[in-house]
Design a protein around this ligand. Structure first.
Ligand SMILES: *Cc1c(COP(=O)(O)O)cnc(C)c1O
Length: 234
């Protein structure tokens, strides 16, 4: 067994424990393995340990990895999620290569993704990124604009609006972690009251997975705890 495979098992056990602690089933929380900065070999290792969904932040790196794996391991049917910030001139490769996009925060980006999604593919699954902590520098739509953005995006034919995503300000204080995730869940419920069906709360990373699951996360995005520390210098 490899280190990645051991780590995956440990993360799955963590998810199970966190879910059971708050009376949920681990089947309500899916695991997105965030493989940014790691090579195709690491993804293949995780995939051969049963991991199907992978998250990437950097478009060129991701497309190279996806292309390589489709060529070299065509038997693997992996599900790719784009979780990084989106530049409007880079939407086409996202629309053509991914199953999910987690960081949509503008109508313009959504329109382009919808138009550029190939008709032969299923609609692109979308999460709106919400700027929960309210820092001016962070991406994400302000909470008070989320309902209107959701109503606009829900109409686009090439997209399927699935839910909300947030990356709260990092903190080791579990109460603060939970307060941020609770805001996202609250907003999810508000959008649902406007008649939009959502089934995904993309929240929780290696450092705050327990808090996220306790507040209703349905998808945790885990990088470091599976693949190890990232080396951005490489
Ligand atoms: C890198 C990244 C993650 C994974 O973070 P870890 O702390 O390594 O688990 C999750 N979500 C987003 C949006 C990221 O950019």
């Amino acid at each position: 067994m490899s280190l990645i495979s051991d780590n995956l098992q440990a993360v799955r056990a963590d998810i199970r424990r966190a879910a059971h602690e708050c009376g949920r089933s681990e089947q309500q929380v899916s695991l997105l393995a965030v493989s940014k900065t790691f090579g195709a070999d690491a993804v293949l290792d995780a995939a051969r340990s049963g991991q199907v969904a992978f998250g990437e932040n950097y478009l060129q790196e991701a497309v190279d990895k996806i292309t390589f794996i489709r060529q070299h391991a065509p038997e693997l049917d992996l599900e790719w999620h784009f979780i990084g910030p989106i530049q409007s001139n880079k939407t086409r490769p996202i629309a053509e290569n991914f199953a999910w996009v987690h960081a949509v925060d503008r109508e313009k980006i959504a329109h382009r993704l919808s138009e550029q999604r190939p008709a032969t593919m299923a609609p692109l699954n979308i999460c709106l990124q919400i700027n929960i902590s309210g820092e001016a520098s962070k991406s994400g739509v302000p909470p008070e604009q989320a309902v209107n953005l959701a109503l606009a995006i829900a109409k686009l034919p090439g997209l399927c609006l699935r839910g909300l995503m947030a990356v709260p300000e990092p903190t080791n204080d579990e109460q603060q972690q939970r307060a941020a995730f609770r805001q996202l869940k609250f907003l999810n419920d508000e959008i649902t009251r406007h008649g939009i069906v959502l089934d995904t709360l993309s929240m929780g990373m290696s450092g705050d997975l327990h808090a996220a699951i306790a507040e209703g996360s349905t998808m945790v995005r885990i990088g470091t705890a599976i693949f190890g520390k990232r080396d951005y210098a490489k």
